[in-house]
Design a protein around this ligand. Structure first.
Ligand code: GLC
Length: 748
């Protein structure tokens, strides 16, 4: 082989090594220059000042159990506060910042936080709806607008993205995340981090905070704050993946969770906080507890007093105490008593200071309070993005007789409370969102009908419905303030108000059900009576215009579910990427009770089907799409070569997607795999790629996905993340329950 070949290989390898180093060092968390500044400052700090950086308080709230402390100036002036949150406004934050920077001995700036979850003032669809867009670029744009708005009001740290994988629709906080799939959640987590943090070189940039670390969504029985039992393998394969993706994307902070994980509270869990986060991943950002979650480890039963809770929290790896007041009260004494090494406190302080330097707070601690506070009319571009996001979030679940989009309509009857409930369109965690900013369905539809000579009537009950209406819209769902979000788990997850469908069915007119909810709801009882069903989530400030555009066909629905919709709540937890079990049902008819042994002895219910009413990845369009059977570029590859990163081991899977409808539309092309013959059981399907593509009527496009170590490796019987010999099926299709697979083999 010519010597030049080796030189070429060497150059390529060096380029990759340097590129990787550049990528790493481009993250401020890996910056040697910042580390030098941190060390220089740390050396000057007293123990009390170090502890001060580890305290976070909510503005106006009583700080921690029993203290009732609400004023902070005196604490900030002596360096006893590292962060405030829920303080809104450039003038308000600057007032506190001037005290920290000008009065404290070392002039260390505060970092101001807030839950900016799906927008700051421009409220976008809540996260489960945003996830249904399958559009990371759009989600990144929403986060960018949120960052610009929030930073205008002095906020430089958002407690977002929430990336808790959720497989149980009873859990109210499923609304805040991306649903049940780790790959999709990872892609979206990276998009939020990019949107919030930008290049960390502008006062518009805000620190992301990936939460709730970890396993919170696995709450037993879907009951919020409940126990979680997760095997190490499932933890690695499912729940940790989006956190790792966000860390790799440079997220500046994590938030530890409320739940216990395998009997160890997540906010005092050395395995996840030190072994995984710091040792395995080399993460250098900071970890803040959840609201008093350090104090709650006493209720969990692993500490009998506040001092022990503080000791266990800091030793486990929680850097900052949110509203618990435990570090403020006990940490210095714990160090002086030798219970907590100073080095542990120093590391926590390093993590906090590193984030403050990375955000540029030492150079630019103040918000520009010469700008008008962010309370004027929203920019048109923000509204346009909010509308686009809502349109892409809607999931068309049913459309019998192509009743949608509406055409040739002369009279519409709209029944249900959600047509006119502006506040409800904002969903939970609505930050500075304002009901006055919301254009409701009623507002938008009234204007549209006036412009198109269509009569329209509205009522919160069934009274607006009439025999001379051409179509009846039923707008019902969960209330954002009580029935979704934190501490809002439900054991009966029907669609509130759905009985209106029964009431208006007597008119024998097409019924279009608009479902507003923060979770998958059970639509089974009313599905047969609704001609069309549109899942609208909580669509944000442009709810009305987005719904009207969709109902009349200006927008073509492209949303796809990211959480399975069950037939009944008894199926929960329910998710597509499940294991086969030793008794898969195969082709047994599950629509009726078993009548023979052959039908009975399977992993099934006797009173319900196994499958969801609507599966992960599902959604209809006003177009129709066809997929060719996938083609593989090779019928086999080698596990050894894959694990060595040999590009020649890569297999490409292609298919042709055709828009067989009569209008342009977007299709979310989904790439799934299944591996059998491996050392541990693998799911019957796993999402390993997706592409959202626009196709004109009749247009075809070839899509190409690749299989490399990244898609095929898993945590095997030895808990090593590797690719193994396997029989592999691959699908390129429109949802997790459809498609014709191609096959290939991974040889040793
Ligand atoms: C809440 C939530 C968390 C939020 C925090 C601060 O209890 O669990 O998601 O960021 O407190 O508001």
């Amino acid at each position: 082989m010519k010597p030049f070949y080796f030189l070429k290989v060497f150059c390529v390898l060096m380029f990759c090594a340097v590129a990787n180093l550049c990528a790493q060092s481009s993250s401020p968390l890996q910056s040697a220059a910042i580390d030098q500044k941190v060390e220089k400052l740390l050396k000057q700090m007293t123990l009390e000042e170090k502890v001060g950086q580890l305290n976070q308080y909510s503005a106006g709230a009583a700080t921690g159990p029993g203290t009732g402390r609400t004023g902070y100036p005196e604490m900030i002036a002596v360096g006893q506060v590292g962060s405030l949150f829920n303080l809104i406004g450039a003038k308000q934050t600057n007032e506190m910042q001037h005290i920290a920077v000008e009065k404290s001995r070392l002039h260390i700036p505060l970092i101001f936080g807030l839950d900016v979850i799906h927008g700051y003032r421009t409220e976008f669809p809540m996260p489960l709806g945003l996830a249904a867009t399958w559009d990371p670029a759009l989600i990144e744009q929403t986060a960018r607008i949120a960052a610009k708005e929030a930073s205008t009001d002095g906020i430089r740290w958002t407690f977002s993205p929430m990336v808790d994988i959720a497989r149980d629709a009873r859990w109210g906080r499923i609304t805040e995340g991306e649903g049940e799939d780790p790959y999709l959640a990872s892609e979206i987590a990276k998009a939020y981090v990019r949107g919030y943090q930008g290049n960390l070189d502008s006062p518009d940039d805000i620190a992301a905070c990936v939460k709730h670390y970890v396993g919170y969504g696995a709450a037993e029985a879907g009951r919020d704050y409940n126990t979680t039992e997760i095997s190490d393998r499932t933890l690695r394969e499912i729940y940790l993946r989006p956190f790792k993706a966000a860390a790799d994307a440079g997220a500046l902070s994590f938030m530890s969770a409320f739940n216990s994980l395998n009997e160890v509270p997540a906010s005092a869990n050395p395995f996840t906080l030190r072994q995984v986060l710091r040792h395995d991943w080399g993460y250098k950002g900071m970890v803040v507890s959840d609201w008093q979650s350090l104090w709650e480890i006493e209720a969990h039963g692993i500490a009998n007093d506040d001092r022990t809770a503080a000791e266990k929290g800091i030793l486990a790896g929680v850097d900052m105490d949110m509203e618990g007041n435990l570090y403020h009260t006990h940490l210095a004494e714990l160090v002086e008593a030798g219970a907590v090494p100073m080095s542990v406190v120093d590391d926590a302080v390093r993590n906090v200071l590193r984030v403050k330097f990375a955000l540029g707070l030492f150079d630019h601690p103040y918000a520009d309070d010469t700008k008008t506070a962010f309370d004027g009319p929203l920019p048109a571009a923000s509204r346009e993005l909010a509308r686009k996001a809502a349109e892409e979030a809607f999931v068309l679940l049913k459309n019998e007789h192509a009743v949608l989009p509406l055409t040739g309509i002369h009279k519409i009857a709209v029944v249900g409370p959600m047509a006119d409930n502006a506040d409800n369109m904002l969903g939970s965690w609505d930050a500075q969102g304002k009901a006055n900013d919301v254009v409701t369905l009623r507002n938008a539809l009234t204007a549209y009908c006036a412009a198109h000579n269509i009569a329209v009537s509205f009522s919160a009950d069934a009274s607006a419905a009439s025999a001379d209406a051409d179509v009846i819209l039923v707008a019902v769902g969960e209330t954002a303030s009580e029935m979704t979000g934190e501490a809002a788990s439900r054991t009966r997850i029907g669609l509130p108000g759905a009985e209106l469908v029964d009431e208006v069915a007597k008119f024998n007119k097409p019924i279009v059900l608009l479902a507003f909810a923060g979770r998958p709801v059970v639509l089974t009882p009313i599905e047969p009576k609704a001609t069309a069903i549109l899942e609208a989530w909580f669509p944000g400030i442009e709810a009305g215009p987005a719904l009207v555009a969709t109902l009349f066909g200006e927008a073509n629905p492209s949303g796809r579910l990211t959480a399975s919709f069950p037939r009944s709540v008894g199926q929960e937890p329910l998710y597509y990427n499940a294991l086969s079990t030793g008794r898969p049902v195969g082709n047994v008819d599950l629509t009726r009770p078993p009548t023979t042994g052959l039908e009975k002895y399977h992993s099934r219910y006797i009173d319900e089907q196994n499958s969801p009413l609507y599966p992960f990845g599902y959604g209809l369009s006003y177009s129709t799409f066809e997929f060719s059977t996938p083609q593989v570029s090779a019928s086999s590859t080698s596990a050894k070569a894959l694990n060595a990163g040999d590009a020649k081991a890569e297999v490409h899977v292609t298919a042709t997607v055709k828009n067989t409808g009569n209008r342009p539309g977007d299709e979310v092309v989904q790439f799934y795999i299944r591996q059998r013959g491996t050392s541990v059981a693998r799911p019957v399907r796993e999402l390993k790629g997706f592409q959202k593509i626009a196709l004109a009527a009749g247009e075809s496009k070839q899509v190409d996905f690749k299989l490399t170590r990244q898609q095929l490796a898993f945590w095997n019987i030895d808990m090593k993340e590797v690719a193994e010999p396997a029989k592999v099926q691959v699908w390129i299709t429109g949802d997790s329950a459809s498609g014709t697979p191609a096959e290939l083999e991974i040889k040793p």
